[in-house]
Design a protein around this ligand. Structure first.
Ligand SMILES: Nc1nc2c(c(=O)[nH]1)N[C@H]1C(S)=C(S)[C@@H](COP(=O)(O)OP(=O)(O)OC[C@H]3O[C@@H](n4cnc5c(=O)[nH]c(N)nc54)[C@H](O)[C@@H]3O)O[C@H]1N2
Ligand SMILES: Nc1nc2c(c(=O)[nH]1)N[C@H]1C(S)=C(S)[C@@H](COP(=O)(O)OP(=O)(O)OC[C@H]3O[C@@H](n4cnc5c(=O)[nH]c(N)nc54)[C@H](O)[C@@H]3O)O[C@H]1N2
Ligand code: SF4
Ligand SMILES: [Mo]
Length: 756
């Protein structure tokens, strides 16, 4: 009889679903994966990709042992070395650099879905003590920048919206730049529940996506023009008096006076220095008074005070949105003026209405202003803080129950890292001479690959830790085999909170081949660098401290030991009804109100959201002459980014990179289904199999992100992508988002290894 048992663990793949997996282990090998029971059955789930986990774990492309480069960078020649030799060499090289150039000469980069434990951030912070560099960010951030600056939230992913299980209470459900049918399978069922319950489900997407197929209404703007659509909707709402005046007056900055000389809110302290920062409004007697002394502040109006013109934020907003009558917005977006009016009217009057964004709109230069405009719609119409309402991110991050875990690890004050935005790597000069890379920076976390590759080539020392041979590994000096989240020692690797549950990520099998979990690699390096004292705790100690030390009421009654006894998952101590974000109608901004007017962006002309016609995807952009097609890289259903690039079942369905485009665009270039074509621009090129598809409008093409370098016939989609830095995002958040989709290309036939 084979020895078979089941271990439950949380999926770590970065689709954001955090499914709870029942892993079937036979004679020490993972043989099958099924959905594990969750305390709340609404959150039980598993996707087809994870049925292939045994193929993933035992893939022939696993890095079997530590390797040292034996030929030129990128040549793919490596020789096997032992762990001690590899770790000694890394430590030695780091020590030499620390002595000669200080900590800022060493940088770390981590994969976006990596565990919080063993992601090398503790080592990075402790090394040298003066701030090693941390390459971070640039993905999935614009939508959050916009929501956060308006609503005052600080987190990312699902947190700004109501819990998923609330979605069924919406009557109008707008899915904006998001394709959960393929990218958030675990939340898609809630969208279907809403539709089956009679909600109007509107999918806004230029292509007819797998999600649009399930909508009651598909709205297709031209790529990158959503901001104009949102401004047009605001125009309709204000012109047709569709707003909730009471909510607007009491919960938003609408009545606050703005000084037109410097664009800042008028404060009592402006006229009486030393006075508290009280914001001023116009009261019934048409004079400026502090907000807290006015019974009925006027929503709109102008005043002249000491020669300085003033207007309420609402007056300024009305003036701005007046520039977007439906006819103008039709000309920009291609959506009929009547549809723009219907969409705005439906949202404002047929609610409760909710907006779920995805990252399809995040990857254009002004993704942040789009979500600001949408958050403005929500607060002007009172579609927030109540069941069935909200504005946030549909996929990624399960639900919105934020429970605070205790820190778990305390570091000394001197431990620091200096953050360097991914989008600036290779653009500005950096002191970094060595990079320790968890995962695949070159293929995933940077645009404009020829520039990024030149940067990697310029480094003195490059180390990669990954499960598989991948793009950055090929350019590395040392490659380390990291265990997957399913492998390891001890009772636990990590903890995750998802929906209304808390779950342990438990190792399921022993490390495969010579691989080691990242946490063990990190500890072994720390020991060699004289930092071993900070790594005496096992994962169990940290997770126990995080759970048992938490003061969050949602974790009352939850302990590490109880979780272990319960099979790894417990319900949080939260009400049975879905969580409603901003239920108290208080917004954690400096004014305590929803700030559709953002003072910090006055210098950029972006205090109010506005449509700026300066980015690559627009047909009016100068690059449109040479590069007539917009090339997006929608996330592929068969992978989570690059993960699952190598599993047999997923490759049977979709074996190679494909370039999808409108049949008319294909025909005009003499291309038929199955031909090879080159997509190119002045940044680089990629070659892929052509798939004409009427779901794409003329002018739009797609090559899914996440294929690995070795899978392309030539080039890489990342050679084409746009790495332009948005200065206002840098000002607001300290870094800009990467506008991956804001990319134009031309396409031509490819034969016999060259364009034809
Ligand atoms: N299967 C799978 N699931 C995943 C991932 C994965 O790689 N694979 N990745 C995970 C991660 S980290 C993320 S960030 C999410 C991303 O997943 P999503 O948020 O769904 O984002 P995308 O797939 O990039 O794009 C979504 C849609 O935006 C549309 N779009 C493109 N341009 C525009 C535009 O100008 N306007 C509008 N309105 N729509 C536009 C595309 O056609 C596409 O259908 O998925 C997560 N889930
Ligand atoms: N052109 C383009 N590029 C994009 C996007 C796009 O839409 N277009 N989307 C962006 C988005 S939204 C995101 S979130 C990023 C995702 O970017 P990443 O997070 O970097 O993507 P993944 O492919 O999930 O992981 C990259 C590598 O990390 C390895 N890995 C996974 N887990 C572990 C681990 O635990 N330890 C170690 N050592 N290695 C591990 C995987 O094997 C893989 O090779 O991609 C971004 N890149
Ligand atoms: S990849 Fe995503 S949907 Fe699939 S099992 Fe993992 S978390 Fe769930
Ligand atoms: Mo992402």
């Amino acid at each position: 009889m084979p020895n078979e048992h089941i271990v439950n663990t949380v999926c770590a793949h970065n689709c954001g679903g955090r499914s709870f997996l029942a892993c079937h282990v036979r004679d020490g090998k993972l043989v099958n994966v099924t959905p594990a029971d969750m305390p709340d059955p609404a959150y039980r789930g598993l996707c087809v990709r994870c049925l292939t986990l045994p193929q993933w774990v035992y893939s022939e492309e696993r890095i079997p042992a530590p390797m040292r480069r034996a030929g030129p960078r990128g040549s793919g020649n490596f020789t096997e070395i032992g762990w001690d030799e590899a770790l000694d060499e890394i430590a030695e090289r780091f020590k030499i650099l620390l002595d000669a150039h200080g900590p800022s000469s060493i940088a770390f980069s981590r994969t976006s879905g990596s565990s919080q434990l063993g992601n090398y951030s503790r080592l990075a912070a402790l090394l040298g003590g003066g701030g090693t560099a941390n390459f971070f960010g640039g993905v999935d951030m614009a939508v959050h920048m916009g929501l956060n600056s308006t609503l005052g939230f600080k987190g990312m992913f699902g947190q700004a919206a109501n819990e998923w299980t609330d979605r069924a209470r919406a009557q109008v459900y707008i899915v904006w730049g998001n394709n959960p049918a393929e990218t958030s399978m675990t939340s898609m069922k809630f969208l279907l529940d809403a539709r089956d319950g009679g909600a109007e489900v509107i999918v806004i997407d230029p292509r007819y996506s797998a999600t649009a197929m399930h909508a009651t209404w598909w709205v297709a703007p031209r790529p990158g023009t959503d901001l104009a659509l949102a401004m047009g909707m605001l125009h309709v709402m204000l012109s047709d008096d569709l707003i909730d005046e009471n909510f607007t007056a009491t919960r938003t900055v609408a009545p606050l006076l703005v000084r037109e000389d410097n664009g800042l809110f008028l404060r009592a302290s402006d006229s009486t220095p030393g006075k508290a920062d009280t914001f001023m409004v116009i009261d019934a007697a048409t004079t400026a008074v502090p907000l807290n002394q006015s019974a009925e502040p006027q929503l709109e109006g102008r005043l002249l005070i000491d020669g300085v013109p003033m207007a309420t934020a609402m007056t300024l907003l009305r003036e701005e949105v007046q520039k977007y009558p439906p006819e103008r917005v039709q000309a920009i977006t291609g959506i009929a003026a009547d549809d723009i009016i219907d969409l705005a009217t439906l949202y404002a009057t047929a609610g409760p209405a909710t907006i779920g964004f995805g990252y399809g709109v995040d990857r254009y230069k002004h993704g942040d202003m789009l979500t600001r405009a949408a958050a403005t719609m929500a607060v002007l119409t009172g579609n927030i803080g109540r069941p069935g309402t909200g504005v946030g991110v549909q996929s990624h991050g399960i639900g919105s129950r934020g429970a605070e875990l205790a820190a778990g690890v305390s570091l000394p004050d001197w431990a620091q890292t200096e953050s360097i935005p991914n989008i600036e790597v290779g653009v500005r000069s950096l002191p970094v001479r060595a990079l320790f890379c968890q995962g695949d920076w070159l293929n995933q976390r940077s645009a404009h690959m020829t520039r990024a590759r030149a940067y990697l080539e310029s480094l003195e020392f490059l180390v990669t830790a990954d499960h598989f041979w991948q793009t950055t590994a090929q350019w590395s000096d040392i490659v380390l085999p990291a265990s997957t989240f399913l492998e390891g020692h001890g009772p636990v690797r990590d903890v995750a909170i998802a929906g209304n549950c808390i779950m342990l990520r438990r190792p399921v099998i022993e490390p495969v081949a010579q691989s080691r979990p990242d946490s063990e690699i990190e500890r072994a390096l720390a020991e060699r660098l004289g930092l071993g004292e900070w790594f005496q705790d096992a994962a169990e100690d940290i997770v126990r401290a995080q759970i048992d030390g938490s003061e969050d009421a949602a974790l009352t009654g939850v302990t590490f030991d109880k979780l272990m006894r319960a099979g790894g998952a417990m319900r949080l101590n939260v009400p049975a009804t879905p969580n409603i974000q901003y239920g108290g109608l208080h917004f954690p901004t400096k004014t305590g109100r929803a700030e559709f007017y953002v003072e910090e962006l006055v210098d950029f002309g972006e205090a109010l959201p506005r449509y700026v016609e300066d980015h690559e995807a627009l047909s009016t952009h100068e690059r449109a002459i040479d590069y007539p097609l917009v090339l997006v890289q929608a996330h592929a259903r068969q992978r989570a980014h690059s993960t699952f690039y190598n599993t047999r079942w997923t490759l049977e369905i979709w074996p190679e990179p494909t370039l999808e485009l409108n049949p008319g665009d294909a025909q005009a270039r003499g291309l038929s289904d199955g031909d090879l074509a080159e997509a190119f621009n002045d940044r680089g090129h990629v070659v892929a199999r052509v798939r004409p598809n009427p779901d794409y409008p003329p002018g739009l093409a797609n090559l899914a992100e996440g294929w690995k370098q070795q899978q392309y016939m030539a080039g890489n989609v990342q050679e084409l992508t746009n790495g332009t830095i948005n200065a206002s995002q840098t000002h607001l958040w300290g870094h800009a988002n990467i506008p991956f989709f804001d990319t134009r290309v031309q396409v031509r036939r490819w034969a016999e290894g060259k364009p034809s």
